[in-house]
Design a protein around this ligand. Structure first.
Ligand code: TXA
Ligand code: MG
Length: 339
């Protein structure tokens, strides 16, 4: 069910949860100080309780009220509102929100509807991405509705402009930033600002205690297997027999797949760039190979494709700018990676 901004505010104040648009992905929101609302978020999402939630704010006063921010961390607030999440020592935030951690992740989404709602509420809104645990994050009101439309009210904010989740960081000392989850704000961006940058790599271990469980190796997966090819193989798309060629290359890396008889499967190709071929199996994320456009379309295209095909074949993007975050999400979604 879709609701208005005013209805959403009323529901949130009553301790209900509501799906809200942000510029990255839709969030499943509840007021952070209302523990019942937070319980509901974990339950609906089937999210393990050891995976903490981001607290979203609408103005900087809320940061001072709910964290012990220091002068150096304060400098990073110039990037708010935007697709950035900053870990800070928490104040008055219940343990259930942060999975027991003394640190809370804060973010101010750059979305007029979200800002209006959270400014009127004046308390942090805890919100994970509005997808069942492990599934692709919703970037359109339609995707959010497909996941939870029968159970949770949704505020329609149209298609998310950024399309992948925020960069999660913390400041280790006055000029060292640790990136806990890659996103729109890249390593290069912070280096240009004069910071040293440390990156956490995706963890292969599923059950170890993680500082940021968003780093789990497989996390954002469609319902069907996704095969991620290195960019070198992109040129095969210029040939008529691209499907057979790519299957052959895949099978030479994963010999077990031979018995799957891939030639008879419906394979959807998720590509980008100016490619001559066009048919119902080809989904083009961005004809201009524009990385921001690729990020914006990625999750909604994956969702469409999982309904139509048995397999998705796709390609890495260049490892620069937001391409790093796109490749990170693709690797986590992939069942097979062909280098
Ligand atoms: O763009 C986004 O960040 C979206 C929108 C809705 O704001 N939210 C989002 O939330 O992606 P979620 O819950 O799907 O991912 C939050 C990430 C997880 O990797 C989580 O482990 C990490 O942030 N995180 C949250 N609180 C943390 C904390 N206190 N310490 C360490 N990591 C934390
Ligand atoms: Mg998520």
């Amino acid at each position: 069910m879709f609701v208005s901004i005013e209805q959403a505010i009323e529901l949130l104040k009553k301790g209900e949860i509501v799906i809200l648009p942000t510029e990255t992905v839709y969030g499943l929101g509840g007021i952070a100080t209302k523990e019942m609302a937070i319980e509901k978020i974990y339950e609906i999402k089937k999210r393990p309780k050891n995976n903490p939630l981001i607290c979203h704010i609408g103005n900087l006063n809320t940061i001072y009220k709910f964290s012990f921010i220091n002068k150096e961390e304060e400098k990073l607030l110039e990037l708010f509102p935007g697709p950035l999440t900053l870990l800070l020592r928490k104040k008055n935030i219940p343990d259930i929100v942060t999975a027991g951690s003394e640190y809370c992740a804060f973010r101010m989404p750059n979305h007029p509807i979200f800002l209006e709602i959270s400014q009127k509420i004046e308390e942090p809104i805890a919100a994970p991405s509005a997808n069942p645990f492990g599934k692709i994050s919703p970037t359109t009101e339609k995707m959010a509705f497909e996941y939870f439309g029968n159970q949770i009210p949704i505020v329609d904010g149209g298609k998310c402009q950024v399309g992948i989740e925020s960069t999660v960081i913390r400041l280790l000392d006055h000029n060292t930033i640790e990136i806990l989850r890659p996103g729109f704000f890249t390593k290069e961006f912070f280096i240009k600002k004069g910071y040293k940058v440390i990156e956490k790599l995706p963890s292969k271990e599923k059950n170890q205690k993680l500082l940021s469980p968003g780093l789990l190796a497989k996390h954002y997966a469609p319902n069907i297997p996704l095969v991620l090819f290195n960019q070198n193989y992109f040129k095969l798309l210029e040939k008529n027999n691209y499907k057979e060629s790519l299957i052959q290359i895949l099978e030479s890396s994963y010999t077990n797949l031979k018995k799957e008889n891939l030639k008879n499967k419906k394979i959807g190709f998720l590509i980008y760039g100016k490619i001559e071929i066009s048919n119902e199996f080809i989904y083009n994320l961005s004809e201009n190979s524009d990385l921001e456009e690729i990020a914006k379309n990625l999750f909604s295209f994956l969702k469409e494709m999982e309904k139509k095909f048995d397999y998705i074949f796709t390609f890495k993007t260049p490892d620069k700018g937001i391409g790093i975050a796109i490749n990170d999400r693709l690797k986590r979604a992939a069942e097979f990676i062909v280098e």
